[in-house]
Design a protein around this ligand. Structure first.
Ligand code: ADP
Ligand code: MG
Length: 281
């Protein structure tokens, strides 16, 4: 089974665009026909924001990261494991992909522990604050037996980024971190983050992106503030993935056509490939 497993993480903003998702599904079907075993992990941040607004629940964020208080948790459970997950499964089924929608809660797929309070420089105020992110979990273990069971049955797990702790409390998880933990523990050959930018941009706001980057270069970009916001946890997870033996991690943006998607995923001709050359660690 090893060496054949591809973990594909889909960002929430990408999922708002029907045509992108449709053409991506066609390529996933192609990969399945080539005997790849696919695991999809997804976020749903913008969709949760939308529902919070509709329900009049204030959105609390620091540096673009959600503070998941009890009301926000109520929303992310229903949005991630509910509407976003089922819509994605339905789109996969339309392309004859045998998708099974679950979350990290099911069969304790992702056992987590509450993220400890963190010192954060608030980009809005410049002040350093100790932030409690609320019900946000860090992954401890993955139930890979359950995933392997599904993969053996030729099912495609579609996993919403929630997890559960030992006491039965549900937590929100960063979807990049969940995808990475799954890829590492199941021994995936490929880890792909599909996001809303074309790759790692040379500067924020620029359209030019790197095709290949070492982890060392990417980490320097974080220090130099050329990589910020949601791209930071991606790079942190790239490091975890490379350390665990995944050869490279591919960060790619949404593409319009089937042939672009297929070139992107199979030939890595779009997006940024981060690899471990010169990696010291
Ligand atoms: P996702 O839902 O895919 O996880 P995120 O918003 O968490 O998306 O992360 C992607 C975002 O990272 C981009 O939309 C962009 O605003 C931000 N970002 C910051 N620095 C960079 C960079 N150098 N290159 C690309 N994206 C960057
Ligand atoms: Mg993100």
């Amino acid at each position: 089974m090893k060496n054949n497993i591809w973990v594909i993480k889909l960002g929430g903003r990408l999922l708002l665009h029907n045509t992108w998702v449709e053409s991506l599904m066609k390529v996933i079907k192609l990969l399945i026909n080539k005997d790849k075993l696919i695991i999809i992990v997804h976020g749903g941040g913008p969709q949760a924001d939308d529902v919070q607004k509709k329900m009049g629940i204030p959105i609390k964020k620091i540096n673009g990261r959600r503070i998941t208080d009890v009301d926000a948790l109520f929303v992310v459970k229903m949005v991630y494991a509910g509407s976003v997950n089922k819509d994605l499964v339905a789109k996969a089924l339309k392309h004859q992909i045998l998708a099974v929608g679950i979350s990290g809660v099911d069969a304790k797929l992702a056992q987590v522990t509450k993220r400890p309070k963190k010192l954060v420089v608030n980009q809005a105020t410049g002040a350093t604050e100790k932030v409690d992110f609320g019900y946000v979990g860090d992954v401890l273990t993955i139930n890979k037996d359950m995933l392997e069971y599904l993969l053996r049955g030729k099912y495609v797990p579609v996993i919403a980024c929630l997890g559960v702790d030992g006491k039965g409390q549900i937590f929100n998880i960063n979807a990049d971190s969940l995808a990475t933990a799954i890829a590492c523990q199941i021994g995936a050959s490929n880890l792909i983050f599909i996001t809303d930018v074309n790759g790692i941009l040379k500067q924020k706001g620029s359209t030019k992106y790197f095709q290949r980057l070492t982890l060392k270069q990417a980490k320097k970009m974080i220090v130099g503030k050329k990589i910020t916001d949601g791209m930071i946890p991606k790079i942190e997870n790239v490091e975890v993935a490379l350390k665990s033996g995944i050869e490279n991690v591919h960060i790619v943006g949404a593409l319009q056509t089937y042939s672009q998607w297929s070139d992107a995923l199979i030939k890595q001709t779009y997006g940024t490939v981060i690899y471990g050359e010169n990696y010291e660690g």
